[in-house]
Design a binder for this molecule. Structure first.
Ligand code: AMP
Length: 212
């Protein structure tokens, strides 16, 4: 199963992606995590992506499609994947579809996490993430130890207010059209209400997957 998660930044795609991947027994692939790891390791990919990421802008489509090609040509995704944070533009949706078709595969399900804008800004500005395992935390100060892996919690540069506003603008301009693109094609997005506890949202998501 290839399950693609859509939704604005802060809707909980990362957390839900992790929980759903565990439930479904397939890996979660998050382009944001791949890019942040490249940034930390100082690779060519990281250097190329840094300025876009710091501003909250999107990294060019060909870079993202390159990452996806590598993932889908590897064994890691042989049983499927939960895609978190990708695709984010119509050309990425198209490019991913073409690439998967060549491999005899396709996106099976698309899920849209729906939430109000005010909740998003509040969620993102109170979020810290582990600098090692990337797990997000709510209302924990930067510098606290990660209880999952012992890493250190940091505030993402793109969770600063100016970058958050830009990310929401970018989502409306470039990512929201992807919802319609899938409605017209392979898989109409399953809409999931993203407020409530992470467990409640996962339960709604799993129920929606079963019903369809
Ligand atoms: P995320 O962790 O998904 O919020 O991604 C963090 C940042 O990485 C985004 O604000 C973009 O700069 C970049 N990024 C991640 N995934 C993509 C994508 N599919 N297309 C373009 N940029 C991306």
């Amino acid at each position: 199963m290839i399950l693609l998660l859509l939704g604005p930044p802060g809707a909980g795609k990362g957390t839900q992606g992790e929980l759903l991947a565990k439930e479904l027994g397939i890996p979660k692939i998050a382009t944001g995590d791949v890019l942040r790891a490249a940034l930390r390791d100082g690779t060519k990919l990281g250097k190329e992506a840094k300025s876009y990421m710091d501003r909250g802008d999107l990294v060019p489509d060909d870079v993202i499609l390159g990452i996806m090609r590598e993932k889908f040509e590897s064994d890691e995704t042989k049983d499927g994947a939960v895609l978190d944070g990708v695709v984010r533009t119509v050309p990425q949706a198209h490019g991913l579809g073409v690439m998967l078709a060549k491999l005899g595969r396709g996106v099976d399900k698309v899920m849209l996490f729906d939430i109000d804008d005010e909740k998003l800004v509040a969620r993102l500005s109170s979020r810290t993430v582990c600098d090692k395992c990337q797990h997000p935390f709510k209302d924990r100060e930067p510098g606290t130890k990660c209880e999952k892996c012992g890493g250190t919690l940091v505030r993402r540069k793109d969770d600063e207010p100016e970058a958050v506003r830009n990310r929401l603008r970018v989502y409306k301009d470039q990512t929201a059209p992807v919802i319609e693109w899938y409605e017209d094609r392979e898989a109409a997005p399953l809409k999931i209400k993203a407020d409530g506890s992470p467990e409640e949202v996962t339960e709604r998501a799993l129920r929606a997957l079963k019903e369809k």
